[in-house]
Structure formats: structure tokens, C-alpha cells
Design a protein around this ligand. Structure first.
Ligand code: ADP
Length: 470
């Protein structure tokens, strides 16, 4: 079975990521705080131990000052230090024993040391404190030895029960605070993830309206997240471009049906009349049928041309071409239809050789010139010129025809766009000539512009850069 990655909502994903990152962060901080506290506390205990010994030495010194080894007082001191985990022995300057904790109560000493060992082992499994004894010289005011103090305890440090309890309490506090912070953090992660995921979810739900084919709908959603705003405007743009395409597609279907039906109906009527014997199949009738068939072939060719441009077939075959010859040929070919409308074609063609695809550019000039003838009334005038300006080859086709309304100018290069359908019915165009022309000029690295005024005329300008590589 193929592996399929598990789908998970952005909301859940963000919550899990945030929570994981924050949990790792909090646990790390918790462990670090704990380590620092342990370290600082052990330093504090070590220093405390040193200060306890110093205080004991001071006490012994003051006892000597008063020349009084008060045994009861010394015993009290000894018991106090025993409770701190220190087994002490005090000797006079002749090293004769004055008081010893072990002699006083060896059971108590052993049990105190055992308690410390158990307590430490319980908390620190790796604790291996050594019991060691240290001897301190107690000096009098004239710096001579007055006594010796022997202190036995676990080193380098150890904790008494109350200190272990204190550490336990601290750990508990860290744990409770950690858990509280984790709960807050998880809540924040959920809220944060929701605030990021919700707008995306809403946009996605709104997109479903468009997905169901309502391309004319726009998503009305304001977000303070830039990416979401961008997403909304991209979807809206996509919808309006789909809407445009959809309208064009619908129009194409009706247009094609209409364009094909008219000649086909005429052919059918002619043929039926001939079959029924109403008309003779004389050359006149047959050539009228042939005319309609030619029109059909022309239409189908235009459609094929267009689909060629949709596929990758529009590879250029670039040669150095005599542009004056190229344009002159087309004028010659179209002279007949111009004369039918008494339209005069004037030209000013510079003798130029330019690198271009001859057949493709011929098609462009043919489209522009035939449009000018088509959309210019009888006795009109067309002026076609070609020249070089700023390293660019320019062909201009200007007529004093019917012109194009301002609102339509930006659309005439769209496929199947026709300014006025009824007007084109008479003229025979299906609205792909300019689309193809623009694609050809673009593939040459050039541009095509139109300047037109309703009732005055139009000028189409093709501008192709004089370069070897397109
Ligand atoms: P068509 O095959 O309909 O002529 P085109 O793509 O060549 O299609 O042109 C698109 C539309 O632009 C035409 O239907 C027409 O309305 C307008 N048009 C093109 N050339 C001219 C022109 N010289 N004068 C006026 N209108 C024009």
C-alpha cells in the first residue's frame, strides 16, 4: 500500500508545533534553573560550614581568655555541632583531650552520620561523600597554640534534613510553576494558531462559492494578515479572469455555431433546391455554393490558426526579409477587396531588410490591412508605411474607417472579442485576427498598439526590435 502522508489541519499543526517548541523551552529553563540553584546552594552550604568552624574556634579562644575550660559549655557546643553533622574533639595545648563527641555519645555520632549518608544517597544516587577529619590549631592573642580542634564530617559538602527539605520544596515550586506556565503556554498556542488558521479557513470556505462556478463572485474579506490579503486578491483576480474566459468560451460556442450555420444553411438550401429539381446545377449556382464552402474553409482555418497559437506550434522561422516586398505583396493580394469598396490604399515603404518570420509577419500585415478594409466605409482611404526608428522596425496601418469605441479598445486583442457583433456579421470576422497578430508580434519581442477614434479612423502600429535573437 502506498504511503500517504497524514493530513492535518493548519490549526492543529501550529498548536502542536508551538506547544512542542515552548515545552522544550520551558523544560530546558526548568532544568537550568534547578542546576543553578543546586550549585549555588552547595556553595552556600560549603561557606556556612567554614564559618561554623571559625565560630567554634572563636568560642574556644574566648573560653581560654577566661582561663576556663567550662566543660558544660563545651559539651553544649559539641552537641550543637553534632546536630550540624560535625563530630568534634577539643584538645588543650598539651594535646590532652578536653572533650570528644565520640566519647560523649558514640551511638549518637554514628546515627547522625548514618542519617546524613542515607539522606544524601536518597537524593543523589551518585553521592559518595568521604568522611574526613581535619585538625585546626587554635591560637591565643600572642599567636601561640592554646588548643587543637579536630572536626570530622562528610566532604566536600553534605546536607542536613532541613536543607534537603528546602531543596525538595524548591524543586516542587519549580515543577508547579513549570506546569502552570505550560498550561498557559498551551492555551496561548491554541489561541495563536487559531488566529492564524481561522482567516485561511474562512477564505477557503468563501473560495468554495467560486469553485462551484460562480466566477463573477468576489471574496469580500478583510484581514490584517498581509499573506491572507494577498491570497484573497489573488483568488479574486483568478475568479475574474476565469469569468472572462468563461464568457469568451460561451460567446465562442454561440459565435462558431452562428458563423458555421449561416453558410451551411445557405449550402443546404441550394443543394435541396437542386435535388428537388427547382434549380439546375448550373455553374452559376455551383459557384455560389463554392463561395459559401470557401467561407467555411476560411473560418475553420482561422480557428485552426488560433489553436496553433495555443499549442507550442508557433516556433519562428527567422530570415533576413525584404519588408517592402513582403508588405507590397499583401497590398496586391487585398487590392481586389479594397477596390470593391472603392478604398484607396497608399503606402510609403522603406527599402529595409529585417530579421523576422516572413509568413508570420505577412499574416499580421494581412490581418491589419484586411481589418482596415473591412472596417472602412466605401471611398475611404488606407495609409500603410514601414520604417525604422530608434533601432525598431515599425509598420503602421492607418485608415479613416469607422473607428473603435474607447471602452472596447483595451479588449480588441482578446480572443473572439468583437466590438459589435451585428457589424461583424456583415464583415465576416470572428474576432481572432488581432489575438493572433499580437501573439506573433510578441514572439518577435515586439509590441502592437492601436490609436483609434470612433467615426474618425484607426491606426495600428507594429513595433519590432531590430535584433537577431527573439
Ligand atoms: P475580426 O475577425 O472580428 O476582425 P479582429 O481580432 O481582427 O477580429 O478584430 C477585433 C475587433 O476589433 C473587430 O471585431 C473590430 O470590431 C475591431 N477592429 C479591428 N480593426 C479595426 C479597424 N481598423 N477599425 C475599426 N475596428 C477595428
Amino acid at each position: 500500500m502506498a504511503y500517504k502522508s497524514k493530513k492535518i489541519s493548519i490549526n492543529k499543526r501550529l498548536t502542536i508545533y508551538f506547544t512542542l517548541v515552548l515545552l522544550v523551552g520551558i523544560t530546558t529553563i526548568g532544568v537550568l534553573v534547578n542546576l543553578i540553584i543546586e550549585k549555588e546552594f552547595s556553595n552556600y552550604i560549603y561557606k556556612q560550614h567554614e564559618s561554623d568552624i571559625n565560630k567554634l574556634i572563636e568560642n574556644i579562644q574566648s573560653l581560654y581568655e577566661y582561663n576556663n575550660w567550662d566543660l558544660r559549655y563545651i559539651q553544649k557546643l559539641g552537641i550543637k555541632y553534632l546536630n550540624k553533622g560535625m563530630i568534634i574533639e577539643i584538645y588543650d595545648k598539651n594535646k590532652d583531650l578536653i572533650w570528644s563527641a565520640k566519647e560523649y555519645d558514640s551511638n549518637m555520632c554514628n546515627s547522625r552520620l548514618k542519617d546524613i549518608k542515607n539522606g544524601m544517597n536518597e537524593r543523589y544516587s551518585k553521592w559518595n561523600g568521604d568522611y574526613k577529619e581535619e585538625i585546626f590549631n587554635v591560637k591565643g592573642s600572642n599567636n601561640s597554640n592554646i588548643a587543637f580542634l579536630k572536626v570530622g564530617n562528610f566532604g566536600p559538602y553534605y546536607y542536613m534534613d532541613n536543607e534537603l527539605d528546602f531543596l525538595k520544596e524548591i524543586n516542587k515550586v519549580i515543577l508547579v510553576v513549570g506546569i502552570a506556565v505550560m498550561i498557559v503556554v498551551i492555551l496561548i498556542a491554541i489561541i495563536l494558531s487559531k488566529s492564524i488558521a481561522d482567516p485561511i479557513k474562512r477564505v477557503s470556505n468563501l473560495t468554495k462559492i467560486i469553485e462551484n462556478g460562480n466566477y463573477n463572485k468576489q471574496i469580500e474579506y478583510k484581514s490584517n494578515i498581509t499573506e491572507v490579503e494577498d491570497l484573497v486578491s489573488s483568488i479574486n483576480n483568478l475568479a475574474s479572469s476565469l469569468n472572462k474566459q468563461e464568457l469568451l468560451r460561451k460567446r465562442l460556442t454561440t459565435d462558431i455555431a452562428h458563423e458555421l450555420r449561416t453558410p451551411l444553411t445557405s449550402i443546404q438550401a441550394h443543394l435541396e433546391a437542386i435535388i428537388d429539381g427547382i434549380w439546375d446545377a448550373n455553374p452559376e449556382r455551383l459557384s455560389s455554393i463554392n463561395e459559401e464552402v470557401t467561407r467555411l474553409v476560411g473560418l475553420v482555418n482561422q480557428l485552426r490558426n488560433l489553436s496553433d497559437f495555443d499549442s507550442e506550434k508557433n516556433q519562428l522561422k527567422v530570415y533576413n526579409v525584404n519588408t517592402r516586398e513582403l508588405i507590397k505583396n499583401i497590398i496586391y493580394n487585398l487590392q481586389g477587396s479594397a477596390l470593391e469598396k472603392n478604398i484607396i490604399i497608399e503606402s510609403d515603404l522603406k527599402n529595409l531588410k529585417v530579421n523576422l518570420d516572413k509568413d508570420k509577419i505577412s499574416q499580421v500585415v494581412f490581418n491589419l490591412l484586411s481589418n482596415s478594409i473591412r472596417y472602412t466605409n466605401s471611398y475611404g482611404k488606407i495609409y500603410i508605411k514601414s520604417y525604422v526608428e530608434d533601432e525598431k522596425f515599425i509598420i503602421s496601418v492607418k485608415d479613416n474607417g469607422i473607428g473603435i469605441p474607447k471602452k472596447d479598445i483595451e479588449n480588441i486583442f482578446e480572443r473572439f472579442y468583437r466590438v459589435d457583433k451585428s457589424r461583424n456579421k456583415l464583415t465576416g470576422g470572428i474576432g481572432v485576427g488581432l489575438t493572433i497578430s499580437k501573439a506573433i508580434v510578441k514572439s518577435h519581442g515586439g509590441e502592437i498598439f492601436v490609436n483609434s477614434e470612433l467615426g474618425i479612423g484607426s491606426e495600428f502600429k507594429v513595433i519590432i526590435p531590430l535584433s537577431d535573437d527573439f
